[in-house]
Design a protein around this ligand. Structure first.
Ligand code: FMN
Length: 190
């Protein structure tokens, strides 16, 4: 894996769950990811990130509950894309670690939500880069039915579920989709 920050940034991949291996990840490794997450920039040090870590049977149980809830919703309330629901559930079952990414607004809502969301995204990037340095794959799953999942994992009214971050060993490396020349997206005023 990469030696310096530029290599690590370029080596970071979004690894879809089907390419993960199920091997357990040591708790110490997960703790390091979370600690590094908490060093992300945060306006007024609100530290707007909250995490719920799901492993083993708890994770598989959650995946099952999410699928059942989506099925019920589909039948009785709103239409849910059940193909996507199935794919999501399979993914959560496949990966060894699923971390719910939660945005927590501060009580006085001093910071606009977009800034807090940005801070949480930077925390996720810290986890993702740390995983890359350790040779582990990562994936940030944000299915469209995310708002329906909040209740199942006790998300508070002052919180918002921003998805699940998956981390684990990679069975099959996928090639980078690459990026366009940054000069196409940059204007210089020198
Ligand atoms: C906030 C966020 C949410 C994402 N959600 C998904 C997702 O739900 N499904 C997915 O296939 N990829 C998701 N991705 C990953 C992108 O598809 C991926 O970053 C892109 O394909 C570029 O690949 P790379 O990260 O390996 O360079 C997400 C990325 C971000 C930043």
């Amino acid at each position: 894996m990469g030696e310096n920050i530029s290599d690590i940034i370029r080596n970071r991949r979004a690894t879809p769950p089907r390419f993960f291996k199920g091997d357990k990840i040591e708790r110490k490794v997960i703790e390091l990811l979370l600690e590094n997450a908490s060093w992300a920039p945060t306006h007024k040090i609100t530290e707007p990130w909250r995490f719920k870590v799901y492993l083993g049977e708890s994770k598989d149980h959650l995946a099952g509950r999410i699928f059942e809830m989506l099925k019920q919703n589909h039948v009785f309330y709103a239409s849910v894309n059940m193909q996507k629901a199935e794919k999501f559930t399979e993914g959560m079952n496949k990966v060894p670690v699923a971390i719910a990414i939660i945005l927590q607004r501060d009580e006085a809502e001093r910071i606009p939500e977009w800034e807090e969301t940005a801070a949480v995204a930077m925390a996720v990037q810290n986890m993702w880069l740390t995983a890359t340095e350790l040779g582990l794959g990562g994936f940030w799953s944000t299915p469209e039915f995310l708002p329906l999942i909040g209740n199942l994992i006790d998300i508070l009214p002052s919180q918002k579920l921003l998805g699940f971050f998956y981390v684990g060993k990679v069975g099959l490396e996928i090639p980078s989709p690459g990026r366009n020349e940054i000069s196409l997206k940059t204007e210089w005023y020198d």
